[in-house]
Design a protein around this ligand. Structure first.
Ligand SMILES: Cc1cc2nc3c(=O)[nH]c(=O)nc-3n(C[C@H](O)[C@H](O)[C@H](O)COP(=O)(O)OP(=O)(O)OC[C@H]3O[C@@H](n4cnc5c(N)ncnc54)[C@H](O)[C@@H]3O)c2cc1C
Length: 420
């Protein structure tokens, strides 16, 4: 389905949102619906509040059938750095990295010091080279790393000072000291709290009133929103194409991933040192503390199972897959005990000459017919949703508020020009 920006049909309320029509602004607030409360939905909600003109009256309704972090975001490994598996800086890597770190800090500031544990673990990420080809490519790409997220090539001794008993098949590892891992559930709850605080702050400071509501509700049809809202932003992850209006129209593949939670028993081994980084290899280890880590992830292509629940059978297959991979670099994983598993469904976008890029843009033309509301998509975040959500959430919010799809880079909207 073709959609050129000039063919977009923008509604009146959105046109006036940045402009001068005080009559329409005083009549009723601008009403926006955000579908999904994962990384994508909450980033869009934050940026809609943050980027809208201060005197605008605005109502944002967030809909999620499970609640905050009910999809892939809530079970993700929470590993964050701006590089591909080959160590190449991803497209718009600097912007995505910067905006994501900003959102993480905003979420941390919203909860302040509390007893619930960390939101962001700033201990870096270490990737041991797994074969000679891998070593050469990573070495090459490391030369072009960001100054704000360096890649250091480290020898065995340095790496083992970082991670005791680390096994390095090729005596060399790549260390990203500024990379982080987050606790996804805590982060999402905190980001929602930050959104609520911002809405209150803007309202009480005498600017246009802001309302923000979270509805635990399942969405069955996009067109149910017609007449109710000025714009609807679809952030439903791997379930976006279950909506009848989008079914068969999004170039997405789905892939289920299981993450295992591992604990180090009290009578076993030494604590994982507080200063030590998380580890990336064929399986990743996202450390949560001295005796707690998440190990991931499996890749079950074509699965449509989005349930976070994992059966005993699925857990043991996941362990059979992940433990040998993790043991290659971190043999001590054998001392850790399995304490449970969760799963999520990734929405994988197609591979383009620029890599696998999320799918963004206005989807009115995809829906067809004359619409009184603008429908937008922020989906296909693949296996790097945390990395993409900050900057692309900001761009989506700006595009929605100004009804201007051209604010989004062409590469992210060009999926609409490919015939399904
Ligand atoms: C196992 C695993 C590990 C991962 N690890 C990482 C990682 O370390 N780093 C990283 O950057 N990325 C990681 N990812 C990828 C990342 O989790 C995703 O890219 C990201 O979560 C997608 O966010 P989203 O908001 O688009 O979708 P989701 O988080 O899936 O959010 C969609 C929301 O929509 C709701 N919803 C769906 N359908 C409906 C409906 N009909 N009505 C109402 N609500 C609905 C769901 O409940 C859900 O809360 C991982 C993914 C998986 C599966």
């Amino acid at each position: 389905m073709l959609l050129s920006p000039s063919s977009l049909c923008y509604c009146h309320a959105l046109h006036t949102s940045r402009g001068t029509s005080s009559v329409s602004l005083s009549q009723r607030p601008l009403r926006l619906a955000v579908l999904g409360a994962g990384f994508a939905g909450l980033s869009v909600a934050w940026h809609l509040l943050q980027e809208s003109p201060k005197d605008l009256r605005l109502r944002i309704d967030i809909y999620d059938e499970v609640g905050i972090g009910g999809g892939a975001s809530g079970v993700s490994g929470g590993l964050l750095h701006p590089y591909s598996p080959k160590g190449k800086l991803l497209l718009w890597g600097a912007d995505c990295w910067k905006e994501c770190l900003k959102l993480l800090s905003i979420a941390e500031a919203a909860v302040g010091q509390n007893s619930y544990g960390f939101i962001v673990r700033r201990r870096g990420i270490l990737r041991p080279a797994m074969n000679m080809k891998n070593l050469l490519i990573l070495n090459d790409n490391a030369q072009n790393c960001l100054a704000s997220c360096r890649i250091e090539t480290v020898d065995k001794e340095t790496a083992q000072n970082l991670v005791p008993k680390l096994c390095m098949p090729f005596e060399s590892a790549f260390y990203m000291p500024e990379a982080v891992n987050i606790h996804p559930q805590r982060y999402l709850q905190a980001l929602f709290l930050a959104c609520e605080n911002l809405a209150k702050e803007l309202t009480t400071s005498g600017f246009g009133e802001r309302e923000l509501c979270l509805h635990k509700k399942s969405i069955h049809k996009l067109l149910d929103f017609e007449g109710e809202y000025d714009a609807v932003i679809v952030c439903l992850g791997a379930k976006a194409d279950l909506l009848p209006e989008l079914a068969g129209k999004l170039p997405l593949r789905t892939c289920r991933g299981v993450v295992a939670h591992m604990l180090l028993p009290a009578d076993m081994g030494e604590d994982y040192p507080d200063h030590s980084p998380s580890i990336l290899s064929d399986a990743w280890l996202a450390f949560q503390g001295p005796r707690s880590l998440y190990m991931g992830s499996t890749w079950e292509w074509k699965s449509r199972d989005s349930s976070p629940n994992v059966s005993d059978y699925e857990s043991s297959s996941a362990l059979e897959d992940l433990i040998p991979k993790a043991s290659l670099v971190y043999p001590s994983i054998k001392d850790w005990a399995f304490s449970g598993a969760r799963a999520g469904l990734r929405a994988m976008p197609p591979l383009t000459p620029h890599g696998s890029l999320p799918l963004l843009g206005c989807v009115n033309d995809v829906l067809g017919g004359n619409r009184t509301c603008n429908y937008w998509l922020f989906g296909g975040l693949g296996s790097r949703g945390l990395f993409y959500h900050g900057w692309l959430g900001k761009l989506t919010a700006q595009a929605v508020l100004s009804s201007n799809e051209e604010l989004i880079p062409y590469e992210l909207t060009s999926w609409k020009r490919i015939k399904q």
